[in-house]
Design a protein around this ligand. Structure first.
Ligand code: ZN
Length: 163
């Protein structure tokens, strides 16, 4: 089911999400929630989305399958944690479904190691680089109650096309 995206200002976007009990991951309600998160992401042309953005304060996020290794399955991260594997950071433009039409430059680590559980409760660990690393850092920030606009420089609104 496609759900409404929560947009700023809204307190749920600023509060830390709760960890999902591992034994609950395969429950009907969490599986349905994951399905809704993914469906809502694609319906809004998002590359990633976090549960608080659909009004659920749980540590779940999804990233579109284009960024998956085999590009055949969406990346679902439950209770994700990451750490840098290199001190290198880079600036790049970001936007967010919860802050429509606003963009800005955010400095993120280029390469990170991610630990999480997948949609079936299996523990996963992988290295992410570049855009994928950036999206994961953005989504994990959502789970901590942080929006990219709190870290960005040169925030600007997208110019509407007039022709
Ligand atoms: Zn976002």
């Amino acid at each position: 089911m496609i759900l409404n995206i929560i947009t700023e200002p809204n307190p749920i976007l600023h509060q830390p999400s709760a960890a999902v009990p591992i034994t609950d991951i395969n429950s009907e309600s969490i599986q349905k929630l994951i399905e809704d998160i993914v469906e809502t992401m694609y319906a809004n042309n998002g590359v990633g989305i976090a549960a608080p953005q659909i009004d659920s304060s749980l540590q779940i996020c999804a990233i579109m399958k284009d960024f998956a290794k085999k590009k055949d399955k969406d990346i679902i991260l439950i209770n994700p944690r990451w750490e840098k594997t290199s001190p290198l950071k880079e600036w790049d433009e970001e936007g967010c479904l919860s802050v429509p039409k606003i963009y800005g430059q955010v400095k993120r680590y280029k390469k990170i190691k991610v630990d999480a559980f997948d949609a079936h409760g299996k523990q996963i660990c992988f290295i992410a680089e570049g855009t994928l690393a950036r999206i994961i850092q953005h989504e994990v920030d959502h789970l901590k109650g942080t929006l990219f606009i709190e870290k960005a420089k040169n925030l600007h609104s997208l110019q509407e096309e007039t022709m």
